[in-house]
Design a protein around this ligand. Structure first.
Ligand code: HEC
Length: 165
Protein backbone atom coordinates (compact mmCIF):
# COMPACT_ATOMS: atom_id res chain seq x y z
CA UNK A 1 0.00 0.00 0.00
CA UNK A 2 1.53 3.34 -0.99
CA UNK A 3 0.83 6.79 0.39
CA UNK A 4 -1.88 7.46 -2.21
CA UNK A 5 -3.84 4.33 -1.16
CA UNK A 6 -3.52 5.28 2.49
CA UNK A 7 -4.90 8.70 1.68
CA UNK A 8 -7.85 7.17 -0.16
CA UNK A 9 -8.47 4.80 2.73
CA UNK A 10 -8.41 7.71 5.15
CA UNK A 11 -10.85 9.71 3.07
CA UNK A 12 -13.11 6.65 2.74
CA UNK A 13 -13.19 6.15 6.51
CA UNK A 14 -13.88 9.82 7.19
CA UNK A 15 -16.66 9.84 4.58
CA UNK A 16 -18.26 6.65 5.98
CA UNK A 17 -18.30 8.08 9.47
CA UNK A 18 -19.75 11.34 8.18
CA UNK A 19 -22.50 9.51 6.25
CA UNK A 20 -23.37 7.35 9.27
CA UNK A 21 -23.49 10.37 11.52
CA UNK A 22 -25.71 12.11 8.98
CA UNK A 23 -28.12 9.15 8.85
CA UNK A 24 -28.26 9.06 12.61
CA UNK A 25 -29.04 12.78 12.72
CA UNK A 26 -31.78 12.52 10.11
CA UNK A 27 -33.31 9.43 11.75
CA UNK A 28 -33.24 11.16 15.13
CA UNK A 29 -34.95 14.24 13.68
CA UNK A 30 -37.64 12.13 11.96
CA UNK A 31 -38.24 9.63 14.77
CA UNK A 32 -37.65 11.21 18.14
CA UNK A 33 -37.05 8.64 20.85
CA UNK A 34 -40.19 9.05 22.90
CA UNK A 35 -42.28 6.44 24.67
CA UNK A 36 -45.46 5.45 22.79
CA UNK A 37 -48.67 6.87 24.29
CA UNK A 38 -50.00 3.33 24.71
CA UNK A 39 -47.86 0.17 24.89
CA UNK A 40 -48.34 -2.12 21.88
CA UNK A 41 -49.18 -5.01 24.22
CA UNK A 42 -49.14 -5.55 27.92
CA UNK A 43 -47.24 -8.40 29.50
CA UNK A 44 -49.62 -10.70 31.28
CA UNK A 45 -49.07 -10.80 34.98
CA UNK A 46 -49.47 -8.29 37.73
CA UNK A 47 -51.74 -5.76 36.05
CA UNK A 48 -53.59 -8.01 33.58
CA UNK A 49 -57.14 -8.64 34.73
CA UNK A 50 -57.48 -12.29 35.66
CA UNK A 51 -59.43 -13.92 32.86
CA UNK A 52 -61.74 -15.68 35.33
CA UNK A 53 -63.23 -12.34 36.28
CA UNK A 54 -63.85 -11.40 32.65
CA UNK A 55 -65.32 -14.82 31.90
CA UNK A 56 -68.17 -14.04 34.27
CA UNK A 57 -69.35 -11.37 31.81
CA UNK A 58 -68.27 -13.17 28.64
CA UNK A 59 -70.68 -13.95 25.82
CA UNK A 60 -70.10 -17.26 24.04
CA UNK A 61 -72.20 -16.29 21.03
CA UNK A 62 -70.12 -13.17 20.50
CA UNK A 63 -67.08 -15.44 20.84
CA UNK A 64 -68.49 -17.81 18.24
CA UNK A 65 -68.74 -15.02 15.67
CA UNK A 66 -65.13 -14.00 16.26
CA UNK A 67 -63.83 -17.55 16.21
CA UNK A 68 -65.63 -18.36 12.97
CA UNK A 69 -64.33 -15.22 11.30
CA UNK A 70 -60.85 -15.02 12.77
CA UNK A 71 -59.83 -18.57 13.59
CA UNK A 72 -62.05 -20.58 11.23
CA UNK A 73 -59.69 -20.14 8.29
CA UNK A 74 -57.08 -22.22 10.08
CA UNK A 75 -59.02 -24.34 12.57
CA UNK A 76 -61.92 -26.76 12.22
CA UNK A 77 -64.36 -26.53 15.14
CA UNK A 78 -66.87 -29.36 14.86
CA UNK A 79 -66.51 -32.91 16.17
CA UNK A 80 -65.21 -35.39 13.66
CA UNK A 81 -63.63 -32.71 11.51
CA UNK A 82 -59.91 -33.17 11.07
CA UNK A 83 -56.98 -30.92 11.67
CA UNK A 84 -56.59 -28.08 9.23
CA UNK A 85 -53.72 -25.57 9.08
CA UNK A 86 -54.04 -25.72 12.85
CA UNK A 87 -55.32 -28.56 15.04
CA UNK A 88 -59.02 -29.28 15.57
CA UNK A 89 -60.35 -26.97 18.29
CA UNK A 90 -63.29 -29.16 19.28
CA UNK A 91 -62.63 -30.16 22.88
CA UNK A 92 -59.55 -27.96 23.19
CA UNK A 93 -60.66 -26.43 26.48
CA UNK A 94 -59.23 -28.54 29.29
CA UNK A 95 -57.20 -30.63 26.85
CA UNK A 96 -53.44 -31.02 27.38
CA UNK A 97 -51.47 -28.57 25.23
CA UNK A 98 -50.27 -29.96 21.88
CA UNK A 99 -52.14 -33.25 22.23
CA UNK A 100 -54.27 -33.65 19.08
CA UNK A 101 -53.10 -37.14 18.13
CA UNK A 102 -52.26 -36.67 14.46
CA UNK A 103 -51.23 -33.06 14.38
CA UNK A 104 -47.56 -32.14 13.88
CA UNK A 105 -47.03 -29.38 16.43
CA UNK A 106 -44.05 -27.04 16.40
CA UNK A 107 -41.30 -27.68 18.95
CA UNK A 108 -42.25 -24.27 20.37
CA UNK A 109 -45.73 -25.38 21.38
CA UNK A 110 -44.60 -28.87 22.33
CA UNK A 111 -42.47 -27.23 25.02
CA UNK A 112 -45.77 -26.56 26.82
CA UNK A 113 -46.97 -30.16 26.48
CA UNK A 114 -47.87 -31.53 29.89
CA UNK A 115 -49.73 -28.34 30.81
CA UNK A 116 -53.45 -27.91 30.17
CA UNK A 117 -55.49 -25.41 28.17
CA UNK A 118 -57.11 -23.66 31.11
CA UNK A 119 -58.87 -20.34 30.67
CA UNK A 120 -55.74 -18.52 31.83
CA UNK A 121 -53.43 -20.48 29.51
CA UNK A 122 -55.75 -19.86 26.55
CA UNK A 123 -55.91 -16.18 27.41
CA UNK A 124 -52.11 -15.90 27.59
CA UNK A 125 -51.72 -17.83 24.33
CA UNK A 126 -54.36 -15.87 22.44
CA UNK A 127 -53.08 -12.51 23.64
CA UNK A 128 -49.79 -13.10 21.82
CA UNK A 129 -49.08 -16.63 20.54
CA UNK A 130 -45.48 -15.81 19.71
CA UNK A 131 -44.79 -14.57 23.23
CA UNK A 132 -46.43 -17.61 24.83
CA UNK A 133 -44.52 -20.00 22.57
CA UNK A 134 -41.76 -18.14 20.70
CA UNK A 135 -41.37 -19.73 17.27
CA UNK A 136 -44.91 -21.16 17.15
CA UNK A 137 -46.34 -21.90 13.74
CA UNK A 138 -49.63 -20.21 14.59
CA UNK A 139 -48.95 -17.03 12.64
CA UNK A 140 -51.46 -14.87 14.37
CA UNK A 141 -50.71 -11.56 16.04
CA UNK A 142 -53.05 -12.14 18.96
CA UNK A 143 -56.17 -10.58 20.44
CA UNK A 144 -55.25 -7.57 22.54
CA UNK A 145 -58.72 -7.04 24.04
CA UNK A 146 -59.05 -9.23 27.15
CA UNK A 147 -62.85 -9.01 27.03
CA UNK A 148 -62.82 -10.38 23.50
CA UNK A 149 -60.47 -13.18 24.59
CA UNK A 150 -62.95 -14.02 27.35
CA UNK A 151 -65.77 -14.24 24.76
CA UNK A 152 -63.62 -16.56 22.64
CA UNK A 153 -62.74 -18.76 25.61
CA UNK A 154 -66.39 -18.90 26.68
CA UNK A 155 -67.20 -20.19 23.20
CA UNK A 156 -64.31 -22.69 23.19
CA UNK A 157 -65.73 -24.08 26.45
CA UNK A 158 -68.91 -25.01 24.59
CA UNK A 159 -67.03 -27.10 22.01
CA UNK A 160 -67.52 -30.37 23.85
CA UNK A 161 -70.23 -32.90 24.48
CA UNK A 162 -71.00 -31.66 27.99
CA UNK A 163 -70.42 -27.91 27.96
CA UNK A 164 -68.47 -26.53 30.91
CA UNK A 165 -70.44 -24.26 33.20
C1 HEC B 1 -53.02 -18.49 10.36
C2 HEC B 1 -53.62 -19.68 10.87
C3 HEC B 1 -54.18 -19.64 12.28
C4 HEC B 1 -55.09 -18.75 12.82
C5 HEC B 1 -55.73 -17.55 12.15
C6 HEC B 1 -55.35 -19.22 14.16
N1 HEC B 1 -54.61 -20.33 14.43
FE1 HEC B 1 -54.60 -21.36 16.18
N2 HEC B 1 -53.12 -22.56 15.47
C7 HEC B 1 -52.57 -22.49 14.20
C8 HEC B 1 -51.45 -23.40 14.12
C9 HEC B 1 -50.57 -23.62 12.89
C10 HEC B 1 -51.35 -24.02 15.38
C11 HEC B 1 -50.29 -25.01 15.82
C12 HEC B 1 -49.19 -24.16 16.44
C13 HEC B 1 -47.88 -24.86 16.70
O1 HEC B 1 -47.77 -26.09 16.55
O2 HEC B 1 -46.94 -24.12 17.05
C14 HEC B 1 -52.41 -23.47 16.21
C15 HEC B 1 -52.66 -23.87 17.53
C16 HEC B 1 -53.73 -23.41 18.29
C17 HEC B 1 -54.06 -23.90 19.61
C18 HEC B 1 -53.35 -25.00 20.38
C19 HEC B 1 -54.15 -26.26 20.20
C20 HEC B 1 -53.57 -27.52 20.82
O3 HEC B 1 -54.00 -28.59 20.40
O4 HEC B 1 -52.68 -27.44 21.69
C21 HEC B 1 -55.17 -23.20 20.01
C22 HEC B 1 -55.92 -23.34 21.33
C23 HEC B 1 -55.50 -22.26 18.95
N3 HEC B 1 -54.60 -22.43 17.92
C24 HEC B 1 -56.57 -21.42 19.00
C25 HEC B 1 -56.81 -20.44 18.02
C26 HEC B 1 -57.86 -19.45 18.13
C27 HEC B 1 -58.89 -19.38 19.25
C28 HEC B 1 -57.74 -18.64 17.03
C29 HEC B 1 -58.55 -17.41 16.70
C30 HEC B 1 -58.58 -16.35 17.69
C31 HEC B 1 -56.64 -19.15 16.24
N4 HEC B 1 -56.11 -20.23 16.87
C32 HEC B 1 -56.25 -18.61 15.02
C33 HEC B 1 -53.00 -21.68 13.17
C34 HEC B 1 -53.87 -20.62 13.32
Amino acid sequence: MNGMDLNRLGVAIVLSVAVLAGCYGVAWALLPDTAPPRPAFSVSGSHAAPIQQLLAQADASRGETVVEQVCGGCHALRPGMGDSVGPLLYGVFGRPVASAPDYAYSPALKRHAGTTWTAQALSDWLSAPDRFAPGTRMSFPGIADAGQRADIIAFLQTLRETPQP
